[in-house]
Design a protein around this ligand. Structure first.
Ligand code: CA
Ligand code: CA
Ligand code: CA
Ligand code: CA
Length: 345
């Protein structure tokens, strides 16, 4: 697909037609235009898909920080939830705008959260079929708030319940079942793990709050991470062992899950930045990472099955030395194994 900055439909059409003429001029019509020119029209449609209507804004709370899309009232239409805080009072809130199903939204309904609400995530914490919200609040008396708001199923929420985040200046929240009990758990990125004001170069931390399945959570267990951790978190199985891992952007670290809610690491990602996103960028079925502005980290990890095969090959090589040649098989996994077998006579 080809992006265009052009806002009008006429200019959008002009560009692909010009491209079509250029392709004919180059004698490549047979390649790009199939029977009855179908492929050409499909190419035009691709270009049309890249256009956007003029922006429409909907009022939410002050200083909006983050947004998620989900169906909070179970009507089959996607809704929006944003996090905000008031500069003067530090009071945080979430605003939910119920979707009309046509790209428009109803006026925001606000619910109070903790101070300086930065990040939010939606999930069903008590398995009642109604989406709930979790927020990371970057301020307050102890600077370590996490708010849980159980959903009523109509876009409103029960009063927020606060949990300690296990660090200071909670900045990001992510959801996943990191201990495999079928109940959603919370992972929080804290800007720092000890100093109340995050001064003196204190390191950051990632905290785990295991879900009880009824909307409540256990106490935070923190893992110190290098650097002050103010960025987003991504949860995924980065080393293919079937257990969820956690990557943080600002800390530039990876924590490998043990499948029971504990983690090992941190391991350096080799890239830093306030944002992080996860996707399979090269189509090999492994989750890759984009950190900061646009630093791409392709996932070169291998599974245990692959490692076992490599070990078998290594063992065979060790059993059958070839003259005085040296056999070296090196296996490096993201945050996992480093195997270097040598066979020399
Ligand atoms: Ca909805
Ligand atoms: Ca729920
Ligand atoms: Ca769990
Ligand atoms: Ca894993």
């Amino acid at each position: 697909m080809i992006a265009t900055n052009s806002p009008s439909s006429s200019s959008l059409l002009a560009s692909p037609i010009a491209a079509l003429k250029r392709s004919r001029f180059r004698g490549r019509r047979s390649q790009q235009c199939g029977a009855a020119g179908r492929a050409c029209w499909e190419a035009l449609e691709d270009r049309r898909l890249m256009s956007f209507s003029p922006a429409t804004s909907f009022p939410v709370g002050a200083n909006p920080q983050a947004v998620v899309t989900a169906d909070f009232n179970n009507d089959g239409k996607l809704d929006l939830a944003t996090s905000s805080y008031d500069d003067a009072t530090a009071d945080g809130s979430v605003s939910v705008l119920l979707g009309n199903g046509n790209g428009s939204f109803q006026p925001a309904q606000s619910s109070a959260t903790g101070p300086y609400t930065f990040s939010l995530a939606a999930g069903d914490f008590n398995a009642d079929g109604k989406l709930d919200l979790a927020t990371a609040n970057n301020g307050g008396v102890d600077n370590n708030d996490v708010s849980i708001l159980l959903g009523n199923g109509d876009g409103t929420f029960k009063p927020a319940v606060a949990y300690e985040s296990g660090g200071y200046n909670a900045a990001a929240v992510a959801l996943g079942d990191v201990n495999g009990d079928g109940k959603l758990d919370l992972l929080i990125a804290n800007q720092c793990d000890s100093a109340p004001n995050c001064s003196n170069g204190a390191s950051g931390s990632v905290s785990v709050l295991l879900g009880n399945g009824d909307g409540t959570f256990g106490g935070a267990v923190s893992i110190a991470t290098p650097g002050q951790n103010i960025g987003a978190l991504e949860i995924g199985d980065f080393n293919g062992d079937g257990m969820l891992d956690v990557a943080s952007g600002t800390g530039g670290t990876l924590l490998l899950g043990n499948g029971d809610g504990t983690f090992r690491g941190p391991l350096a990602l080799g890239a830093f930045g306030p944002g992080i996103d996860m996707a399979d960028l090269n189509g090999d079925g492994k989750p890759d990472l984009v950190v900061g502005g646009a630093t791409v980290l392709l996932n070169n990890s291998i599974s245990k099955v692959q490692l076992h095969k490599l070990l078998q090959r290594a063992q065979m090589a060790l059993k059958t030395p070839i003259g005085s040649m040296t056999t070296v098989i090196s296996v490096t996994e993201v945050g996992g194994f480093h195997l270097d077998l040598r066979n020399s006579e």
